[in-house]
Design a protein around this ligand. Structure first.
Ligand SMILES: [Zn+2]
Length: 354
């Protein structure tokens, strides 16, 4: 199967240029202007963006995060241009189950906290069952959980992760300590998800100063949008207006949020919100391709469009794909326009078309 994508506005993970793209079976054969070779299928991409398959670095998949509310992986990803994902709450399943998904994937093993202590044996067991699929550890650092009462479990996780070359992803909503103290525990490459949450001890408390300082040290801000509980739209808007942008744009989707907005909730909607709030196409595309690839240890493999690499491609239009969102704090945002996935190609096969 050879697919020829004509006249697209290509983003290769690093820069924009006008080009054709030709796939051959599972790989990308050629990226060049005016490709005249025969193809089985030709797509006119004039006026549209041609990107590497997008990466949703914060999802909750059925059978991995949750049996009950996890989303079916392919239906949560392919309609939104996503060809690779990270599950942010690995509890169930195993490496073999993840290998079976058509969407490329990694997982953050979820830390079990008991009586203000991390159960390290439990983490070791989870890391063992996910094998090389595990890129890090997720901690729900939320004092509404009676087991979370101090900075101790976060410190324990960070020490264990450092010693084992793993990333820490922290869910900080209603953390028992202020944002600045929380972020002091994170090293370069660790991830703060939901950086614009509206719960207790949020980033607006110190006017985002601790977020700016942590970003300077290379701590990664993962949007984990969700857009109801986990992001205060007003905080996100204020931060972006101050030039404090998320490094990674991700959904935090479950099967509930996936369906809540008429089946339209996915990575493209999160990108559309970021654009409406003032982020550039370049910053948004980086945040769904090359940056999450690098952070997840998949740089050069995921999130880049290059000859010889896997044919994972998203063709995206900026079109009449509106959204209308209200968060739990009563903030509202809407637009008549947004990013709309036209085609998703995974391993050289069209797995979604508009
Ligand atoms: Zn989540």
């Amino acid at each position: 199967m050879r697919i020829l994508i004509k006249d697209g506005h290509v983003w290769n993970g690093e820069s924009f240029f006008l080009s054709d793209v030709l796939t051959n079976n599972e790989g990308i054969e050629c990226i060049s202007k005016h490709i005249n070779q025969n193809a089985d299928y030709t797509i006119d991409a004039k006026g549209k963006f041609v990107l590497p398959g997008l990466i949703d670095a914060h999802t909750h998949l059925c059978g991995i995060s949750s049996i009950d509310i996890g989303a079916q992986a392919e239906m949560a990803c392919f309609p939104f241009g996503v060809t690779a994902t990270a599950d942010a709450e690995g509890i169930y399943g195993c490496k073999e189950r993840l290998n079976f998904l058509a969407v490329k994937n990694t997982v953050f093993a979820k830390a079990l906290i008991e009586n203000d202590n991390v159960n390290i044996d439990d983490i070791k067991q989870k890391l063992n069952k996910y094998g090389e699929k595990a890129v890090g550890i997720k901690i729900f650092f939320d004092a509404q959980d009676p087991n979370v009462r101090s900075a101790k479990p976060l410190r324990q996780i960070c020490e264990f992760a450092s010693a084992n070359s793993l990333i820490v992803m922290v869910h900080p909503i209603n953390a028992p300590i202020p944002m600045a103290e929380l972020l002091d525990n994170l090293k370069t490459g660790d991830i703060l998800t939901h950086p614009f949450h509206g719960g207790n001890n949020n980033a607006a408390d110190d006017n985002y100063i601790s977020i700016v300082e942590a970003k300077r040290r290379g701590v990664i801000m993962d949007l984990g949008f969700e857009g109801f509980v986990n992001t205060n739209l007003s905080f996100m808007q204020d931060a972006i207006a101050m030039g404090i942008e998320p490094d990674i744009i991700s959904t935090d989707l479950t099967k509930v949020s996936l369906c809540m907005r008429g089946g339209k909730y996915g990575l493209t909607m999160c990108m559309s919100v970021a654009k409406k709030m003032g982020m550039s196409d370049e910053a948004i595309f980086k945040a769904v391709t090359s940056t999450p690839a690098r952070v997840l240890g998949k740089g050069g493999e995921w999130g880049c469009l290059k000859e010889g690499r896997c044919a994972d491609i998203a063709i995206i239009d900026y079109a009449d794909e509106g959204f209308d969102l209200t968060d739990m704090f009563g903030n509202h945002i809407s637009s008549n326009y947004g990013y709309k996935c036209m085609f998703t190609i995974s391993n050289g096969n069209v797995v979604y078309r508009m």
